[in-house]
Design a protein around this ligand. Structure first.
Ligand code: PMP
Ligand code: GLN
Length: 405
């Protein structure tokens, strides 16, 4: 398999354990460092360049100042697991036990690692959709398991049930789904999930559903969680976090929801990774999630409307510059084919963009393990202030910004 490393030279001396050596430094750290070095506008790493809602920030400050500063319960602060259980009960219309069916983590990143360590034995196989979020294969590798890749193909990224099922072997144990999907912006349809559910049931697979962009969808597209389908509810572990929904990626509060056995397996690893997650931020988030709190549905409607406008602005600009773009249905990323503009692969293109144009972006080939599709694509993040996006489009529109084939 091609190496997926962002920086293969980070460990010249070979000190890092073999299971992690192939992964080098994550592309997000690498590109953000280059953005700083070149004074480029950072459309690479997916973090908002604006603050989260004031009511949430105030709740965080109040929690710190009111003495909520010691270890929380390992599985999650009582107020947060109650608020999350109530939220899932409302959305899924079924009873959720806050004490056994919810767990908390330091962001979804830790939730993913704890889940893989808690559920996989060496030699187990895991099916990942590619392009994948970069931590998935690293988590699989840390568990001693083996990844298999189901490719979502540009431009429609449809789920190919037959190709997916052909990857299954007697060792296959788990599937990781991410919807809304980073970096394609795809939102899996109910029909696709029903087909996936049927396969998971027939082969007795666990489904891990990464839903960190659950509230960021566009054009009335409905996000459907596999946990909402009867066929999948008893085998799905939902993972999510506060970072994207509340524009506080640095708070690192994540959680799980699902059958008590799956939740417990992930918690068994979590207790030895961090033991517990930041107490004041859990307390603050519990308040934010209350349906009658300041961050109920009007907040989420505004979030979606703001991101829709930013997506449309950047997408229209990219199209008029000659990129081939499919409209993302969710997330805050646009994946674009740059080949009409530039002669070279995605690595060469982002190097050119950061050094010559002053824009940092992500080369998506690092999100593929089997296919070469990423070599003609580039990912831009639009979770930025309108003025940041305007400045970025101004740079991209300068005459001679791209070398022509
Ligand atoms: N999953 C996906 C698909 C992501 O894009 C991200 C990135 N932010 C994460 C998980 C990690 O989430 P967190 O910041 O909560 O660790
Ligand atoms: N999820 C973010 C992205 O896809 C970055 C997360 C990170 O930097 N680790 O851009």
């Amino acid at each position: 398999m091609r190496p997926r490393t962002a920086s293969p030279d980070t460990d010249r001396e070979g000190v890092t354990a073999q299971r992690l050596r192939p992964f080098g430094t994550t592309i997000f750290a690498e590109m953000t460092q280059l953005a700083t070095q070149y004074g480029a506008i950072n459309l690479a790493q997916g973090f908002p360049d604006f603050d989260g809602p004031k009511a949430l920030l105030d709740a965080g400050a109040a929690a710190v100042l009111s003495g909520q500063n010691q270890y929380a319960r390992s599985q999650g602060h009582a107020s947060l697991v109650s608020a999350l259980a109530a939220d899932y009960e409302r959305r899924l219309g079924r009873k959720v036990d806050p004490l056994t069916q919810i767990g908390t983590f330091s962001g979804c990143t830790e939730a993913l690692m704890a889940t893989m360590l808690g559920l996989l034995d060496p030699g187990d196989e895991v099916i990942l959709f590619e392009p994948f979020y970069d931590s998935y294969p690293a988590c699989v590798a840390c568990a001693g398991a083996v990844p298999r890749f189901a490719t979502l193909r540009f431009p429609d990224f449809a789920f190919d049930a037959a190709a997916f099922e052909a990857l299954i072997t007697p060792r296959t144990r788990l599937v990781v789904l991410n919807s809304p999907h980073n970096p394609t912006g795809k939102v899996f349809t109910r029909d696709e999930l029903v087909a996936l559910g049927d396969i998971c049931k027939r082969h007795d697979l666990i489904l891990v559903s990464d839903e960190v962009y659950e509230h960021i969808t566009f054009d009335g597209v409905e996000f459907v969680s596999p946990a909402s389908l009867d066929s999948l509810a008893d085998r799905t572990l939902v993972l999510s976090s506060a970072g994207k929904t509340f524009s506080v990626t640095g708070w690192k509060v994540g959680w799980s929801y699902g059958p008590a056995t799956l939740v417990a397996a992930a918690q068994s690893a979590h207790q030895f990774i961090t033991f517990s997650t930041s107490t004041p931020f859990q307390v603050a988030l519990a308040q934010a999630l209350a349906p009658d709190g300041p961050l109920g549905s009007p907040y989420l409607d505004t979030l979606r409307a703001d991101y829709t406008a930013r997506r449309d602005y950047l997408m229209d600009a990219l199209k008029s510059l000659g990129f081939i773009v499919t409209a993302p249905q969710g997330t805050y990323f646009i994946l674009a084919d740059f080949t009409p503009l530039f002669d070279g692969d995605d690595r060469a293109f982002v190097r050119h963009l950061v050094a010559e144009v002053g824009i940092a972006a992500i080369p998506p080939s690092v999100f593929y393990g089997a296919s070469d599709d990423g070599r003609r694509l580039v990912r831009f993040a639009f979770c930025k202030r309108p003025e940041t996006l305007t400045a970025a489009v101004e740079r991209l529109s300068r005459p001679g910004a791209f070398r022509r084939p």
